[in-house]
Design a protein around this ligand. Structure first.
Ligand SMILES: Cc1cc2nc3c(=O)[nH]c(=O)nc-3n(C[C@H](O)[C@H](O)[C@H](O)COP(=O)(O)O)c2cc1C
Ligand SMILES: CC(C)CC(=O)C(=O)O
Length: 407
């Protein structure tokens, strides 16, 4: 039941072994930045642990000799219902950074999410992906011009979608990052921003345009009620990624006007039925149930526990949009459980970073291969041959006292 895309690595047969192998290959600052969650890390831990509440009800004697694990996403066939979640600054893990991830995604037939705070430009990453699909994660900046330009570049490069991250109105408190005084080493840069040659469609330098917009803001603030001043200066993730002004009415409509029809607009970071309904109401193309890998609001529900209410809300609408999930997926059985609870697709973050730190492109392929093999095995042992047949009849939920209930 294995395929021949990548050889097995006998030192590393699980994602948990990969995590340990990667830990030895990263410096402390990088390891802490990649691995930690916000505050005490309880949501990070629960994202993983919550999968244990669900157990699989296998069916037998079903001829599983031919299993198809593939699904459609962004008009392409993906080898498994799993993609690489956008994670920032991948050159911290390996010199080839996002290029290695892109090559591995292409090799494994898996869609790639690229962080807008990547250490490789979005054009170079798309070059490595070729015709293979990619989605650009977006932090919508208060200073809209930067975002507008980035969206135009993504469109031109051929990205299929933007994923607007909506769970970062402010950045979560990450104590190790604070203690380590995290900063990007001087040989690396956030490659999509702070480029001297950035200009707009009329050839006006963006930095000049922003300066004049900010001048305008200062002047109007003398006569109007006090307003926030958007961050100025070089774009860094601490200053620019969080945007406390983001809101449904103004920002989603604006983003759709910039992206459609060439690129879809998804929202990443939905955790409630109420927001899922608002997302449907505002016509987004898809939802990712996410708590940012436990890095934002500590104490938030594990994503697999938030998923059912989001799915129910979305399915109650006349237009059925896809619901994806990320956070804590470490096994093929986790992918199966998320799908059984109604997700259409899952994304993984840290396991890919661990693969990258372990062996660059080969390590990312290994991470994806382990998850693919485990998922295929799980489908076979559960008696399912097509992804669309995975439903809640294959799961039971166990409470703390061990009481088992059907879903
Ligand atoms: C080191 C790191 C950097 C991340 N950077 C981004 C980012 O730039 N944009 C974003 O929307 N999410 C970012 N995320 C969150 C991931 O997209 C994803 O939601 C999360 O990693 C999923 O959880 P998992 O790591 O348990 O799979 C980051 C996560 C990690 C661990
Ligand atoms: C704020 C980002 C640039 C990175 C991020 O989302 C993260 O570190 O979780």
């Amino acid at each position: 039941m294995t395929n021949s895309k990548t050889p097995h690595d006998l030192n590393c047969l699980t994602i948990s072994e990969l995590e340990k192998l990667a830990a030895d290959r990263m410096d402390k600052q990088t390891r802490d930045y990649y691995n930690e969650g916000a505050d005490s890390g309880s949501t990070l831990a629960e994202n993983i642990a919550a999968y244990q509440k669900y157990r699989i009800r296998p069916r037998v004697l079903r001829d599983i000799s031919s299993i198809d694990t593939s699904v459609n996403i962004f008009g392409h066939r993906n080898s498994i219902p799993l993609g690489v979640a956008p994670t920032a600054m991948q050159c911290l893990a390996h010199d080839d950074g996002e290029l290695a991830t892109a090559r591995a995604c292409k090799q494994m037939g898996v869609v790639m999410g690229l962080s807008s705070f990547s250490t490789t430009s979005l054009e170079d990453v798309k070059g490595a992906l070729g015709e293979h699909p990619g989605a650009l994660q977006l932090y919508l900046f208060e200073e809209r011009e930067h975002s507008r330009k980035l969206i135009q570049r993504a469109k031109k490069a051929g990205y299929k979608a933007v994923m607007l991250t909506v769970d970062t109105p402010v950045l979560g408190r990450r104590n190790l990052e604070i203690r380590n005084q995290f900063k990007l080493p001087s040989h690396l840069k956030v490659a999509n921003f702070n480029r001297d040659d950035d200009d707009d469609d009329q050839g006006v330098k963006i930095k000049d345009k922003i300066a004049s917009t900010n001048e305008g803001r200062k002047r109007s603030s003398e006569t109007e009620s006090p307003k926030r001043t958007p961050p100025t200066g070089p774009i860094t993730f601490h200053t620019h990624a969080p945007n406390p002004t983001l809101n449904w009415e103004r920002d989603i409509t604006w983003l759709q006007s910039q992206c459609h029809p060439e690129m879809q607009v998804w929202v990443k970071g939905i955790a409630t039925a109420e927001d899922a309904l608002l997302a449907c109401h505002h016509g987004v193309d898809g939802i990712i149930v996410s708590n940012h890998g436990g890095r934002q609001l500590n104490g938030a529900l594990a994503t697999i526990d938030a998923l059912p209410e989001v799915v129910e809300a979305v399915r109650s609408q006349s237009k059925n949009i896809p619901v994806h999930i990320d956070g804590g997926v470490r096994h093929g059985t986790d992918v199966f459980k998320a799908l059984a609870l109604g997700a259409d697709f899952v994304w993984v973050g840290r396991p890919v970073l661990w693969g990258l730190a372990y062996k660059g492109q080969e390590g990312v392929e290994l991470a994806l291969k382990l998850l693919e093999d485990e998922f295929r095995l799980c489908m076979g042992l559960a008696g399912v041959t097509r992804v669309e047949d995975i439903g809640k009849e294959y799961l039971v939920k166990m409470d703390r006292s061990g009481f088992v209930s059907r879903l």
